[in-house]
Structure formats: C-alpha cells, structure tokens
Write a protein that binds this ligand. Structure first.
Ligand code: 5GP
Length: 196
C-alpha cells in the first residue's frame, strides 16, 4: 500500500524561538520530508543560498507574482515580503511527499483557508524573558528591529488557538522529538475513511 497524497505541515512561532535550529535538526532526522523554499524581497544574509534558503527577488518581481496568482500565501514579515509558491505545494503533495512550510501567522491563516486539512504547529518560547535573551544573543538585529520583532511576537502568540499543536521550545532535543512525533502520527492517520 502506498499513500497517494502527501501531508502539509505548517510551522509558525515568534522570531528567536529557535525555528531554524529545530528545522535543521528535523531534516537531519527525517530526510524524506520536503521543505518549501519561500520567495522573499529580503536581502540574503551572508550564509544564505539562492534556492536553498529562499528565492531572492526584487519587489517588482514579487508584485508580479502576486498578480499572476503564483502564491498560496504571502505577507509582509518584519518589513520584507515573503510568500509560498502554490506550485511547490501542489507538486510536492501530488507527488506523495510531505511538505513543511515555515511561515508567519498571517501566512498560516491563509494556508488554513486553502488547505484546511493541513497540520498547524506553533512553536512557543518557554518565557518572554528567554525569547528576548535569545533575540539579543544572536546579535542579528539592532535595537529598533529587536523591538519590532518582540511586538510581532505578541501578535503571533495571540493566534496559538488557530493551531493544532503547541511545542514549547525549552530544550531543543525534546522539541525535535515532539515535532517528529507529531509528523509521524499524522503520517499514519487515516484521513479518508471512505477509501479504506
Ligand atoms: P527570516 O527573515 O529570519 O528568514 O524569517 C523571518 C520570518 O519570516 C520567519 O519567522 C518565518 O516564519 C517567516 N517566513 C518565511 N518565509 C515565509 C513565507 O513564505 N510566508 C510567510 N508568510 N512568512 C514567511
């Protein structure tokens, strides 16, 4: 027996909660999972690679993609446009592969409208103090940007109720285990009982 359609997993959580590390560890341990590479107008960071971390485009191209309905969702996140390509979702799921989207809350709400069968997972920090410490510790944002990310974090945390699962990232290895457990059990769930 083979699964016909892959599952769609959506992860959100405030900046600094450790989503990047969590995702990296998850893909090391679940290599058959696919990751949705987003399109963004943000400048690439030094270590980032085109097509691997993001597809980097200018604002004009992004607006063109919006007009052409290329996005399953898009949002302005911390001042930059970011969007998920509809083609990535459709092709990956139709190919029977599971797909992971790591997007902000506003994007996740749009995906929920289009793909209500998706599995929505929220990653929360153990406390506000820890979140602020982590954001300050990584030294990638100035004071203004840091304040903006903390404000955005409040907005994100107010939307936990729209998600199916909550992982509190207190200890990274445990958070990875929890995420793997969610993915494994959702993969095994009988989604369409009429087909059995
Ligand atoms: P960063 O700029 O640090 O790579 O990402 C910042 C935030 O943008 C992350 O919290 C991530 O969830 C969000 N993000 C990344 N790609 C997308 C996307 O395609 N759509 C939306 N709505 N948010 C995204």
């Amino acid at each position: 027996m083979k699964r016909e359609q892959g599952s769609l997993f959506v992860i959100s959580g405030p900046s600094g909660v450790g989503k990047g590390t969590l995702r990296k560890k998850l893909f090391e341990q679940m290599p058959n999972l696919r990751y949705s590479v987003s399109v963004t107008t943000r400048e690439p960071r030094e270590e980032e690679q085109e097509g691997h971390d993001y597809f980097f485009v200018d604002e004009e191209t992004f607006q063109e993609y919006i007009k052409l309905n290329k996005f399953a969702e898009w949002a302005k996140v911390h001042g930059d446009y970011k969007g998920t390509l509809l083609s990535t979702i459709e092709k990956t799921l139709a190919g029977g592969f599971d797909l992971l989207l790591e997007i902000d809350v506003r994007g996740a709400l749009q995906i929920k409208e289009k793909y209500p069968e998706g599995i929505f997972i929220f990653i929360a920090p153990p406390s506000w103090e820890k979140l602020e410490d982590r954001l300050r510790g990584r030294k990638t944002e100035g004071e203004d940007e840091l304040k903006k990310r903390l404000d955005d974090a409040h907005f994100e945390m107010e939307h936990i109720r729209f998600y199916d699962y909550l992982i509190i990232n207190n200890q990274i290895e445990r958070a990875v285990e929890e995420l793997k457990a969610i993915i494994t059990s959702e993969r095994c769930r009988i989604k369409d009982k009429k087909k059995c």
